[in-house]
Design a protein around this ligand. Structure first.
Ligand code: PMP
Length: 357
């Protein structure tokens, strides 16, 4: 046993790290495996400030998030992606025998962050129609400190109904934070629960600039919650979490004043994504080897095929990377495709249509 192995914390020695799209697969020329935006935008950088540490929470960025989400700036915490927010919630609120509760199939980082912090994970699987199993959640509530609910849910693309979210907030009233992961909310913005913050003191909403805003490369996310939750999380976050370049770019991406502002561009690119998504949905419906696709409220589509392995490999041979979820609970035969640009969709559809299995 190496010294490093001998010294490694037990929970880390056993940890299987998150197999992110970029970590688990390399190569390919068309990347439809990480739910990113296919569109890159240009930004201005002011380098005259780079000799100074950034503000702990850059004021213009916090104001921009608050304006965009229509909350108070005291209700916002900027972090390095929503992934950091997930870990901050666990590190801030969970200790010893506390547990988090998740409803698989869902985003993998909730369980991995908990395991990193040596916190137990209660799993209450979704119903077969991907709704929440509320009686089972209620029955499992003992010791739970943070509940993670993802809507639109990754990897299924399904939405959680507002009545179900309210029921979960009520079940955990006075006991646990209910963290609603809105990483994909721009694709279903009318379903955001950010306006519930003043009603529920146990609600936290996680958001990101990585998806609809096309900024996965700068690692920029934020949490919306009441000021007490934000202050508690602020104790745990490292001293300078948001670099100046990140703050400058995110502020431009959120700007709303000029005709070609970041928000307008995001909306236009989102519309283009919806057009390409519709093409993929219609194509999948016609394919004989696809026996189910989950109605998606997001920029990715999950579907089932008995020929998942051969299809996945055929796409890889064509340079197109998608994601295989077929080994996960409830997701047998499931593959997930992120929606790309028009040219990427052309290439995808030509392989899908020609594939015989
Ligand atoms: N939540 C969900 C549901 C996601 O799919 C992702 C990205 N894969 C994240 C959070 C993390 O986003 P970020 O890039 O902001 O860390």
């Amino acid at each position: 046993m190496s010294l490093a192995e001998k010294l490694t914390r037990n929970n880390i020695r056993d940890l299987v790290p998150y197999a992110s799209a970029r970590r688990s697969m390399s190569g390919g020329r068309i990347w439809l495996n990480a739910n990113e935006s296919p569109y890159a935008n240009e930004y201005q950088l002011d380098c005259s400030v780079l000799n100074r540490y950034p503000d702990f929470q850059p004021a213009s960025l916090i104001q921009a998030y608050a304006d965009y989400a229509q909350v108070e700036k005291e209700q916002v915490l900027a972090s390095r992606g929503a992934d950091e927010a997930i870990e901050l919630l666990i590190r801030t609120f969970c200790e010893d025998d506390d547990q988090i509760l998740i409803c698989p199939p869902t985003y993998g980082m909730y369980a991995i962050s908990a395991q990193t912090c040596n916190i137990g994970v209660k799993k209450v699987p979704l119903n077969s129609d991907f709704t929440l199993d509320l009686p089972a959640i209620e029955a499992a509530k003992d010791k739970v400190k943070v509940v993670f609910i993802c809507s639109p849910n990754n990897p299924t693309g399904s939405l959680v109904a507002p009545q179900q979210l309210k029921a979960v907030l009520d079940i955990f009233k006075g006991q646990a934070i209910v963290a609603v992961d809105e990483a994909y909310i721009e694709y279903a913005i009318e379903t955001s629960v950010a306006s519930w913050l003043n009603e529920y003191d146990n609600l936290a909403v996680m958001r990101t600039m990585s998806k609809a805003f096309g900024l996965a490369g700068i690692r920029c996310g934020y949490t919306l919650a009441n000021a007490d939750i934000i202050q508690a999380m602020s104790k745990v976050i490292p001293p300078y979490p948001i670099s100046w370049p990140v703050a400058q770019i995110a502020v431009q991406a959120l700007s709303a004043n000029e005709p070609d502002s970041g928000l307008v561009r995001m909306q236009q690119q989102l519309q283009q994504t919806m057009v390409q998504k519709q093409r993929i949905v219609e194509a999948l419906e016609k394919l004989e080897y696809v026996y189910e696709q989950v109605p998606s409220a997001s920029n990715f589509i999950m579907f089932r095929t008995e020929k998942k392995k051969a299809l996945f490999e055929t796409l890889v041979e064509a340079g197109i990377l998608i994601r295989d979820y077929s080994s996960q609970i409830m997701l047998d035969n499931s593959l997930r495709i992120s929606v790309g640009s028009e040219a990427e969709t052309d290439a995808l559809l030509s392989v899908l249509n020609e594939f015989k299995g």
